[in-house]
Design a protein around this ligand. Sequence first.
Ligand code: FEO
Ligand code: CA
Ligand code: CA
Length: 565
Amino acid sequence: MRTLVQTGALAAVGCTDRRNEFENLWEKPFRSVPDGSNLTHHVSPDLDANIILRWGDPILENAPAWAPGKPNPEAQSLQFGYNNDYLALFENGPDRFLLVANHEYVNPEMMFAARHRGGNGSVAHQMAAVGLSVVELVRTGSSFVPTPSPLARRISATTPIELSGPAANSALLCTSADSEGMKVLGTFGNCAGGVTPWGTVLSCEENFQSYFRYPEKKGPIARRYRMGSGRLQWHAVDSRFNYWYEPHESNRFGWVVEVDPWAPKAVPIKRTALGRFAHESAELILSPDNRVVVYLGDDAPGEFLYRFVSDERWIGGQTGLQAGKILDFGTLSVAQFSHDGKVRWLPLRPGIGQLVESNGFSSLADIVVNVRVAASLVGATPLDRPEDVQPLGEHVWVALTGHGSRQAGQKPVGSVVPFARMGQILRLTSPDGDHTAEYFRWEVILSGGNVWKDSDLLAGPDNLAHDPGGRLLIATDQGRRKSETGSQDALYRMDDQGRVMEEIFRGPLGSEICGPCLSPDNLGVWLSVQHPGAGGTWSNPTTRWPDFDSSMPPRPAVVALTPRS
Ligand code: FEO
Ligand code: CA
Ligand code: CA
């Protein structure tokens, strides 16, 4: 049963019988997590934390039980992937749910024993551990149990995926394996995403550059895209990850991928009209005239905030990837912030300003493939790591996670937006809720690093979602700044005036909290605990959460927070 979503309204849709109970749950503050960070997670005394899925859990037919330590790509291709990130949750009948989870990246030092870490098997396992999982769950009591399902699916770094939109068939996307530039093997770097009104999921390819081997001396575009040196050795196993063999392969990553979780045989599609960069998320809202608006953050220091507006109006009716074609035609714009509090959306089209052939932009394909460079040419405003961008009503909430390598008070060159070392949240306001308008207004609504209770700080805001009352759920990614705050990443809630209300959940040592997602059964919020134990290794992890078994490494996992019974 396909569940359709009203974007920009409740993230929890399909809300039926227990809606009031759920809304009441969120109306009063929760008691905050007690102080302290250690080997395990901490949750508000008003909530229970149920661990639903862990890396390696069997999800497809004939999947073997997880056996730690040694690469086993065949098994991994049937099991839940590593480093779960974005979560989308749909109802599929009474007490049945369909979960879509991104698997962002791999930590080989934590996944495998040292003697198994190198070599082809390790790389093949890594390729099978990224991408997405689709899992059907059955509620039993307060828990949710994976169940055999025809909808269950793994999408990985080797799954066939189609290209559509302006860059499909472009010479820039052609390779020796695909002379037409229409089909790609795989997706990785799948960070956050969004859900469409036609029942599909958008999955964002973020740090794709890490998987490619580029020469030390790079051209300006490769430098701008921070192309890597092949640290993970994927190029040693598959030459398409080596620039010298396939100079265009990396142009086929860094896109938004549309997946239909209700059609397990449907080939996912990379929607190239949404541009190529380190996509954090792709959250949708309908404009008053029913055009589809997608907000997009490019998570890198000094990069930009984007908006896509479809040409066509969404009139309902069609579902699945056929309906998603509306994302192939439209205008991609980039945000320019002014001192006077205005944001102007600058369209990225060939022939506008410096977007001309002499600068390498003779077509829309040229622009979307190298959109960072195009956006600089039209005067976009650099921001420090735009992460999740969450529209609701007339507003758009933008998490700038900040980073440790700029000092407070400094700004990215050319920016009017003050830099907050511990991150910040901007609130943009559209005129009368018209998300297609040329001008918005902007303000800083929360500065990260400010004490909100006793000595507690919120730092590194990253993934966002709204509760049923329009208050913002904020998951943090402090990275190395944890050593400055002395606290682990957490899930917070903030009211619409930028006041932090409470800390709902805090992760175990080394972890990052991602993917907050309201449960469509009206009974809680789900989240991802990514890379628990980071900073350690297989043999010496900083925690063994969530199994706490000396023969097991820490495992990334999905956690459901439900009202304490
Ligand atoms: Fe994958 Fe920007 O977090
Ligand atoms: Ca993130
Ligand atoms: Ca979000």
